[in-house]
Write a protein that binds this ligand. Structure first.
Ligand code: SF4
Length: 378
């Protein structure tokens, strides 16, 4: 009988060291394995050419393989965005989105600095939006992922595997090309904290993506904000505000009953910022719900209550991306710009996130594994 598959992607250097020692190998073999899996991003043990053939075969006989993640389907948008449906051996799948020119959500966060010197010609600054869970339990009322419910957490290797799969699909040279990672796909990363933070460490130390190029967004799991602040290696923080007062926020994001706006702001105030780092508030604009000038005034008060200088806090505005079964409307450009102007007039940087891949259900809040559109060939 074939042994059950065991995945190398997701193991850190200590775990790999133990593994090779079990095969009577010296620790330098673990370093070779680590470099091959994360830096070279090998997809199968056949590519592990630094290992003797017999050792590779022994690994294979015991069921070891690099990753169980594979591209099930790929949907290509008119704007160049690609939504991947990435499947795992247990039949579950998640979505991962490749945006070849970002979505402007990075504006003002410092990741543009120095772009001139190294900017590649085939994309300016790509962003990968990665999932942390299969589905989600948070139940934000404007989000299609919420309709899936929570199926399960992703292992660290399944989070990293989405990114290495997409990087390999585009043959990205991390040393030369500019890629940002946003933990904003399916799931609430802070409800799968240990796997999420392990994936971050592997991406930074193994895959070599700078932590300043990563942003994690939370719906407001306040205790984990404090945990993140203590991490030596961590992404930047974005908070899904989405409402200007508690009554509205509780309606849109039910966990606001547990951790209200004040609790969120206090946690954000206590979050130590690094050089050139800022905190982002994300705000999905829903027509007639949270997009009036009165709402803008309340948002200004919330942001100002942080007591941070203007270069340390910014607002990303997202005109809601529509989806079936969700009873909201997308505000007009005029309303979105009026909201942005009101925030900016108060001296707060506010950027409008460009919707990417709306036509293929890849945009923010649309990840619900919709497949009833024409997929491109895999
Ligand atoms: S917006 Fe994020 S946290 Fe809220 S339901 Fe959707 S995936 Fe979950």
């Amino acid at each position: 009988m074939k042994p059950a598959a065991k995945y190398l992607l997701g193991l850190d250097i200590q775990e790999l060291t133990k593994l090779v020692e079990n095969y009577g190998q010296k620790p330098y073999r673990a370093r070779q394995l680590y470099e091959a899996i994360y830096k070279q991003r090998i997809a199968s043990l056949d590519e592990l050419t630094v290992f003797p053939k017999e050792l590779r075969e022994k690994f294979e006989q015991e069921g070891y393989t690099v990753t169980g993640a594979k591209v099930d389907q790929r949907f290509v948008s008119r704007d160049g965005t690609i939504r991947y449906l990435i499947g795992f051996p247990d039949g579950q799948s998640v979505e991962t989105v490749w945006m070849p020119d970002g979505d402007d959500g990075e504006a003002g966060d410092g990741t543009e600095a120095g772009e001139e010197e190294t900017a590649p010609t085939r994309f300016r600054r790509a962003t990968i939006c990665v999932s942390s869970q299969v589905g989600c339990a948070v139940n934000c009322k404007f989000c299609m992922t919420a309709l899936l419910g929570l199926k399960r957490n992703l292992a660290a290797g399944e989070i990293v595997g989405q990114i290495t799969t997409v990087l390999n699909d585009h043959n990205v040279d991390i040393a030369k090309e500019r890629v940002n990672i946003v933990f904003m796909g399916q799931g609430e990363p802070f409800n799968n904290y240990d796997n999420f933070i392990k994936a971050v460490r592997l991406l930074v130390q193994g895959v070599r993506i700078g932590e300043s190029r990563m942003t994690v967004s939370t719906s407001g799991i306040v205790p984990r904000i404090a945990d993140l602040s203590k991490e030596e290696i961590r992404p930047k923080l974005a908070l899904s505000l989405n409402a200007s007062n508690d009554a509205e926020r509780t309606k849109l994001i039910p966990i606001n009953k547990k951790w209200d706006i004040n609790a969120l702001v206090e946690a954000a105030k206590a979050f130590p910022l690094r050089r050139r780092e800022n905190i982002t508030f994300e705000y999905v604009l829903l027509e007639g719900e949270n997009d009036s000038l009165e709402n803008a005034k309340e948002v200004i008060d919330i942001v100002k209550s942080m007591g941070k200088p203007p270069d340390r806090v910014k607002l990303n505005l997202i005109a809601w991306n529509s989806g079936p079964e969700i009873p909201f409307h997308t505000p007009s450009d005029t309303r979105v710009h009026a909201f942005q102007n009101a925030i900016r007039a108060a001296g707060i940087p506010a950027y409008i996130r460009r919707p990417r891949g709306r036509d293929i259900y890849a945009a923010c809040g649309q990840l619900k594994k919709i497949v009833s559109i024409q997929p491109a060939a895999v």
